[in-house]
Design a protein around this ligand. Structure first.
Ligand code: PRX
Length: 646
């Protein structure tokens, strides 16, 4: 029996959605999706309101996903212009820097003005509807300005997380064919500088990046950089004298809003493409109802805009709802482990959304750094990115929330655009560790490996049987990859890549990825990417990468490396390989463990048996299962003996 936290009646009394509302609305959303989502489209301002609501085929031979396809709107106008009359002087963004002495805020009117000016800047530089723009910025308001300015003129942004290396950035530039990159001189995190502009310079020396005509540089730290004329331009110089009027482009609901690169089981990261109308309906609605947002809330999501959480729940959802959002450019442990809670007190944050990995890291430091702050303003907590273990959930509930705040454990993915499985704080009894129940319009199912749906309490692979407006539409430039990745495994369903259990109350418990994706601190890393970074070193013959248990990160990266004949594994070579991964992908993909492997366990047809490597990395050598089908079963013995986690 798991622990149950019933809905707090006082919370429910003021909540948008209560238990009976949930049941009634959920039933309607799945019985009459057309009618339900037509009504929900009314939360946005449309230039032309849609009359066609849903047009979807999950047939792998003829797959398309369209929502609101005859509607037109502008996403930026929905996030800004329509608030000006009533909320013009309301704070839109509270910026809190890495340095605790740095903060500033922008009202909706000020943000609107900046966005219009930057949209005009982009236009003057020749950026037009459909062009791709790379955003490689720290968590500063200019990141939101850049995204919204693209949306205003119909350019497609692709935000690249500032922690990615020049090589990763180059790959994304090449795949997107971007015309323009916007970056900063440097970023600062935890008191350290990150050479963003120098990274851009380096990335633009790589092949297939010459689509980039202009690099715009925001002055963040004032650090020395190399400005290459005429390619590189200062943001502040370009913005001078720009008009604060810029008519928003009327976009079709199915016109692309952005692409965001994410890792999969195979190959290079893929450009997940989201469109305009359905995405914004879904992001804004989930944001309002799941966080139970009210007019006077101060909402803080700690995710970086380089991830989907930063898109849907720092920028688009909250701003479409006219909320006040905190944008934080720092880290939880700088200057000390109280930082999150100091920021909560400083800005009187009411709704707080973070990742389990941050909670576990803070938990390790004990209660004192939390308890010395007030946190009285908080009324709801949220988590996202990976399964939260009940110990961390309980600590978050008890120590951070003083047993006063419901916790919404929100399950979703880059591909889903918004949250799919989650509690609604005024409606759902909570069970620590469970993402609980589906949001409106979401039809999860659990299937066995043959695709057979399981009934009642069960476990297996998590699929979604029907579409929702926030779903990704395609992989940029590779529709077949979209079909193959998500719709071929269990035809007729969207396959999430996650395993899950459903309990007797119909609650979902996400158990983690069932494919070759590792979830490190809530960030997706494809094993194939790390392997290819390792084998790029000529001393490496072969590499296999799997996930392993990690107390703080949730999963760590465990690499098995086979060297070419004549090479021996030394500490020096280990460092060289790690540096190689850091260079090719970035610090987040660096292996936590690197084991020299005389050989890898393979089937007779040459396929690496990852199942066995996973068990060794999980320190479960007694659960390897049948190894008799291996081409050379003896390699397993030495791998087990030399394993790095015992
Ligand atoms: O495995 C699931 C895990 O994160 C994956 C999606 O990663 P990404 O696309 O980077 O998006 C992360 C932020 C939405 C999922 O396939 N995941 C995400 N949220 C949860 C989760 N696992 C368990 N519980 C969650 N709340």
């Amino acid at each position: 029996m798991s622990d149950i936290h019933p809905v707090d009646p006082a919370f429910a009394a003021r909540a948008h959605i209560r238990k009976d509302d949930y049941q009634r609305m959920y039933a309607r959303s799945v019985e009459d999706p057309e009618g339900f989502w037509k009504d929900m489209s009314g939360r946005l301002d449309w230039v032309t309101p849609p009359t066609k609501i849903k047009n979807v085929s999950y047939d792998p031979k003829d797959l398309y996903i369209k929502w609101y396809e005859d509607g037109t709107l502008n996403v930026a106008a929905n996030c800004l212009d329509r608030h000006l009359e009533k909320r013009g002087d309301k704070t839109a963004i509270i910026f809190e820097g890495d340095d605790p002495n740095e903060s500033r805020s922008l009202t909706y009117r000020e943000l609107h003005r900046e966005v219009c000016k930057f949209a005009n800047t982009l236009k003057n530089l020749g950026v037009a509807k459909g062009d791709r723009v790379i955003v490689y910025l720290p968590m500063i308001p200019e990141a939101a300005v850049a995204m919204l300015a693209c949306a205003r003129i119909g350019a497609i942004h692709s935000v690249v997380f500032g922690g990615f290396s020049p090589d990763s950035l180059a790959g994304r530039i090449a795949d997107s064919g971007a015309k323009l990159v916007i970056t900063a001189d440097e970023g600062c995190r935890g008191g350290k500088k990150i050479p963003l502009k120098a990274n851009v310079d380096e990335s633009l020396t790589r092949p297939h990046t010459n689509s980039v005509e202009t690099v715009i540089v925001v002055r963040r730290t004032g650090g020395a950089i190399n400005l290459q004329s005429p390619r590189d331009r200062w943001y502040h110089t370009l913005m001078e004298g720009q008009s604060t009027d810029c008519l928003p482009e009327a976009m079709n609901a199915e016109d692309p809003l952005f692409t965001l690169y994410t890792s999969g089981s195979t190959g290079l990261p893929k450009g997940v493409l989201h469109t305009s109308g359905g995405y914004l309906v879904y992001a804004s609605m989930t944001h309002e109802l799941i966080f139970d947002v009210r007019e006077d809330d101060v909402y803080w999501c700690t995710a970086d805009v380089g991830w989907i959480t930063g898109h849907s729940y720092v920028v688009y959802g909250p701003l479409a709802n006219g909320a006040t959002v905190v944008m934080f450019d720092g880290v939880p442990n700088y200057p000390d482990f109280s930082r999150f809670w100091q920021v909560v007190d400083k800005h009187q944050v009411t709704l707080f959304y973070t990742a389990p990995t941050a909670i576990r890291a803070l938990m390790r430091e004990g209660e004192e750094p939390v308890k010395k702050t007030s946190r009285k303003s908080l009324r709801l907590l949220g988590t996202v990115g990976e399964p939260i273990n009940p110990e961390a959930w309980n600590w978050y509930y008890r120590v951070v929330g003083d047993e006063r705040c419901p916790i919404v454990d929100t399950w979703w993915q880059t591909e889903t655009g918004g949250i799919l499985i989650t509690p609604l704080p005024g409606a759902t009894d909570l069970k620590p560790g469970s993402a609980t129940l589906p949001f409106f319009g979401i039809t999860p199912a659990i299937v066995d490996t043959d695709g057979k749906p399981q009934e009642g309490a069960c476990s297996g692979n998590l699929v979604i049987t029907d579409s929702w407006p926030g779903q990704m539409r395609t992989v940029y430039g590779d529709h077949q990859r979209f079909v193959d990745t998500y719709f071929k495994t269990y035809p007729g369903n969207y396959f999430t890549g996650d395993g899950a259990r459903r309990d007797e109350d119909g609650y979902y418990w996400i158990t983690g990825r069932v494919d070759d994706v590792i979830n490190v601190s809530g960030h997706r890393i494809g094993t194939a990417e790390v392997e290819s970074a390792l084998v790029a070193n000529h001393k490496v013959a072969e590499a296999a990468v799997v996930g392993c248990h990690h107390d703080i990160k949730g999963q760590g990266i465990y690499a098995y490396v086979t060297l070419v004949a004549g090479e021996t594994g030394s500490e020096e070579l280990r460092k060289e390989l790690i540096a190689g991964v850091r260079k090719e992908i970035g610090p987040i993909a660096v292996p936590d463990f690197l084991q020299w492997a005389p050989g890898l366990p393979k089937t007779r047809s040459g396929k690496i048996m990852r199942r066995i490597l996973r068990k060794i990395a999980e320190n479960q050598p007694d659960q390897l299962g049948d190894i008799s089908t291996l081409a050379d079963p003896s390699v397993v013995k030495s791998l087990v003996e030399e394993r790095l986690i015992k």
